[in-house]
Design a protein around this ligand. Structure first.
Ligand SMILES: Nc1ncnc2c1ncn2[C@@H]1O[C@H](COP(=O)(O)OP(=O)(O)OP(=O)(O)O)[C@@H](O)[C@H]1O
Ligand code: SF4
Ligand SMILES: [Mg+2]
Length: 332
């Protein structure tokens, strides 16, 4: 087998033992601990977990976008398409960001400059990575604004970001992220600011990109969207991955008590209006993660060992893994 063929058999993205800390006035804490994940070519992976669990920090660290200081990537490896991102120089990183890997952020203004008109920003992004004329790049960008549902796209090309509503800014950022047909899209709550119709339109676009073999890492609180969009799911709790598996395994046979709690919190439309069952308690502050299993204070099954040791990811079969001592046959 040639080296090229070998590369195509490897996952597009392979993350090993990635840990990220923040140092603020109150001290230092770990926001993402020992994260390992693979994303295959053309695969869509959902990353879920309650607020503050480390999803965005994990996503940002994949292209080394964690703000430093206060953040610091302490260890780990991120191999994208055969190249190690952690040791890339700035020029190589710039080539990858926005072209091979593009990010849709929670906050649209973090990706748009307030100083320049939308059209100019989109055209510059196109010209940075494609060798086409400025005129063609302008038309191309305009078409993408239409694709993400921006009315009067021709005129909007001349607007500054502040002249657009939050939802419109979000759509511009989505157009910017998708238009260069990246190999991997990292979408962090991509549709929070959008109405339901536009959300559906964006997810349809993402589905269409998938047909071109684009991979997706989708972060969302909406388990319904995960079910419709992703083949595999990764669950994070308090800085750690606690479960991973195929969509069917996670939704139909969740193994970790936290995943079970998350799924019980989904409204089930077929059963009419029902009170959601919240997971009792709250995610602890990262300064107060307990020793052992981070979920112990909220877990109805916690026992002595959970307070002493951190559970590793146990193999549940079929690619599903969960970090819970209940899955250890030797338990005690
Ligand atoms: N720039 C930063 N400076 C200091 N702490 C940060 C920074 N960014 C994130 N954190 C902290 O890191 C932890 C993980 O945050 P992160 O944003 O990854 O959570 P999340 O899972 O994306 O939550 P949400 O669902 O609310 O977006 C949190 O405790 C958060 O307060
Ligand atoms: S390891 Fe213990 S505390 Fe953690 S989820 Fe499993 S049973 Fe609960
Ligand atoms: Mg986040």
């Amino acid at each position: 087998m040639t080296i090229d063929q070998n590369i195509h058999r490897q996952p597009l993205l392979s993350v090993k033992n990635l840990s990220v800390t923040f140092t603020i006035d109150d001290g230092r804490f770990t926001a993402a601990e020992d994260i390992c994940m693979d994303i295959g070519r053309g695969e869509s992976v959902g990353l879920v977990g309650e607020s503050g669990c480390g999803k965005s920090v994990t996503a940002l660290s994949l292209t080394r976008l964690v703000p430093s200081p206060p953040g610091s990537i302490e260890s780990g490896s991120v191999v994208f398409d055969g190249s190690e991102i952690m040791t890339m120089d700035t020029a190589e990183l710039r080539k990858i960001r926005g072209n091979a890997i593009s990010m849709i952020f929670q906050e649209p203004l973090s990706a748009l400059s307030p100083l320049h008109r939308i059209g100019r920003q989109l055209v510059e992004a196109v010209l940075l990575h494609r060798q086409i004329s400025k005129k063609k790049a302008w038309r191309f960008a305009e078409q993408w604004l239409k694709k993400v549902g921006i009315p009067d796209a021709e005129e909007r090309m001349y607007s500054y970001p502040y002249q657009l509503s939050g939802g419109m800014q979000q759509r511009v950022m989505i157009a910017m992220a998708l238009m260069l047909e990246p190999a991997l899209i990292i979408a962090d709550e991509p549709t929070t600011a959008l109405d339901v119709t536009t959300q559906a339109q964006i997810f349809e676009l993402l589905q269409r990109m998938k047909k071109n073999f684009t991979s997706l890492l989708l972060i969302t609180h909406d388990m319904g969207v995960i079910w419709e969009t992703c083949e595999r799911v990764i669950v994070m709790y308090a800085s750690r991955i606690v479960e991973t598996g195929s969509r069917e395994e996670i939704f139909e046979h969740p193994a970790h008590p936290y995943t079970i709690g998350l799924l019980e919190a989904i409204p089930r439309l077929s059963k009419g209006r029902q009170r959601l069952k919240d997971i009792p308690g709250q995610v602890p502050s990262p300064f107060n993660y307990p020793p052992g299993c981070h979920f112990q204070e909220r877990c109805p099954y916690a026992f002595d060992r959970c307070r002493r040791e951190a559970p590793p990811l146990y193999d549940c079969g079929g690619g599903q893994k969960a970090a819970c001592f209940l899955l250890d046959k030797a338990k005690q």
